[in-house]
Write a protein that binds this ligand. Structure first.
Ligand code: GLU
Length: 311
């Protein structure tokens, strides 16, 4: 399907105009760095599989990737161990519980169910093939960068803020280990997971990640084939199951596209075969999704008529 770029520009501009200052929500406060990002920031962007870039607002502001990093590490684990092992060891179901739930693990005998909740994400980090902690980290950062088409970097501020407050995640890592669901040293997995959440990227770079996943793993800017074309479908399915925290089902019902959000205020949604749509604004709703990000990303998709279930 050809994309009408003029219509896309209008859709992005109108989504921004309508929703960039929508009220409600609060910055994440449990990670000190995130509490201090200016709440008024707001940006939206779409990047197509042909490399067209359309953006509005603060789309060049660098924010913390947070949970959206889970998508990138899943892509790498799929390359390293394959889709069957990911389904078997991690899972492909919604947990129905918050992203950092311990109860979800207890209920399923230590199987995380999804690579997009904290338990599953740390187990996914542990599945990545690596010879050392630094090798594990550099392979994960490499995958983030290749998906984004730009060299991403760790923010020492975000990482310090998280490494000094991530006690709950450390407990989850040990629980996974005791259940036989951790495949490297649990503190190594937690350390690298915390770093992967602490890289910075712009809304345009996030939309480029989406375009790479929409285009069967070929980055439209660098033209690099980042992952096997046959693997992107598993990433998109996992995003549909658990990408929007406790609103994943509502998002599928109303927007009908795979998506992933992060507590840094970013949201990525993907139109398979066509484009990535990303939005950013720090205030979050009670489930952890950016209030304005949801409105802007959904508005672009709806104006363009994109919904997998309405096709
Ligand atoms: N680093 C955050 C945590 O593990 C990421 C949370 C998120 O964005 O969902 O708590």
């Amino acid at each position: 399907m050809a994309i009408d770029i003029k219509a896309l520009k209008e859709a992005v501009q109108s989504a921004y105009a309508q929703h960039h200052a929508a009220p409600g929500g609060e910055n994440a406060s449990y990670i000190p760095y995130l509490a201090n990002v200016p709440s008024t920031l707001s940006g939206v962007a779409a990047v197509t599989v042909d490399g067209d870039i359309v953006a509005a607002g603060d789309s060049d502001f660098q924010f913390a990737i947070e949970s959206i990093s889970k998508v990138c590490t899943l892509a790498l684990a799929l390359e390293d161990v394959g889709p069957d092992a990911v389904q078997d060891k991690i899972g492909a179901d919604p947990t129905g519980l918050p992203f950092n739930s311990v109860m979800a693990l207890e209920l399923h005998e230590g199987k995380p169910l999804s690579p997009l909740v904290n338990a599953g994400a740390m187990a996914t980090v542990s599945l990545v093939k690596a010879s050392s902690v630094e090798d594990r980290w550099s392979r994960i950062l490499g995958m983030q960068s290749q998906l984004a088409g730009a060299q991403l970097a760790l923010s020492d501020d975000v990482n310090h803020s998280e490494q000094t407050t991530n006690f709950h995640n450390r407990a989850i890592a040990w629980l996974l280990s005791s259940a036989g669901s951790m495949y490297c040293d649990p503190m190594e997995a937690c350390d690298v997971y915390t770093r992967q959440c602490s890289t910075l990227l712009t809304t345009v770079q996030l939309a480029t990640m989406g375009a790479t996943l929409a285009g069967k793993g070929r980055n439209p800017l660098s033209k690099l084939q980042v992952m096997k074309p046959a693997h992107t479908r598993y990433v998109l399915a996992e995003m549909t199951m658990e990408g929007m925290y406790g609103r994943s089902g509502d998002w599928a019902y109303t927007v009908g596209l795979p998506a992933k959000s992060g507590v840094g205020g970013g949201i990525l949604t993907i139109v398979p075969g066509l484009m990535g749509i990303a939005a950013f604004s720090p205030p979050l709703d009670p489930t952890g999704n950016s209030v304005r990000g949801q409105l802007m990303a959904a508005a672009v998709a709806q104006t363009m008529g994109y919904n997998l279930y309405a096709a």
